[in-house]
Design a protein around this ligand. Sequence first.
Ligand code: AMP
Length: 216
Amino acid sequence: MKKNIILMGPPGAGKGTAAKQLQTAFNLVHISTGDMFREAMKEGTELGKLAKTFIEKGDLVPDDVTIGIVRERLSKPDCANGYLLDGFPRTLVQAEALEKLSKEIGRPIDTVINLDCNQEELIRRISGRRVCKVCGTPYHVVTMKPKVEGVCDHCGGPLYQRPDDNEEALKVRLHHYVESTKPLLDYYEKLGLLKNFNSLVGATTLFDEISQYLKA
Ligand code: AMP
């Protein structure tokens, strides 16, 4: 079973949804750098204040800060059973740091799952996305509605629209994805770790396909 996993793909490809399903099914620790930054912003910590200035515009938080929080989280004992990195790495500097760090702590990456999706669908998904303020579970106003409008099925928390899910910030985020993150697919292909999935099949089928692959 592959248990140390990176989930990659552009914003809106379905990383968050797949991560929540896989976390529950395989008892993995879900590490989302975006969620960690949003949590810090909510708490108003120094990290949160710094991250806010980048996230609001759709820009990337500096590598040293981002690598620092992942290093700390990945080293915790609960990650020994397996981890699911969602939204990290996003740059080559982060990928190289992770390669080194994951080996140092004896938790090397088993596989990199890339979710493919066309740009039109990404924009449709992001513009209708709603997220639970408490647990981060993503929903969609048309295709992935909660049982009760505005309320998270899992924890009862309120749903909201992320401030960076607007047209302007999304353009910047897609630009950073193409320039800085997409090239990492080649990096992981060369390491023999990359596995591609088409996320247009829908969340349930995608989850089944990924599960089969992880168990094989
Ligand atoms: P996400 O929830 O993964 O879409 O991340 C939301 C925002 O957090 C991104 O648009 C970035 O501003 C910031 N962020 C999350 N992960 C990273 C990362 N690995 N490197 C730099 N910035 C990040």
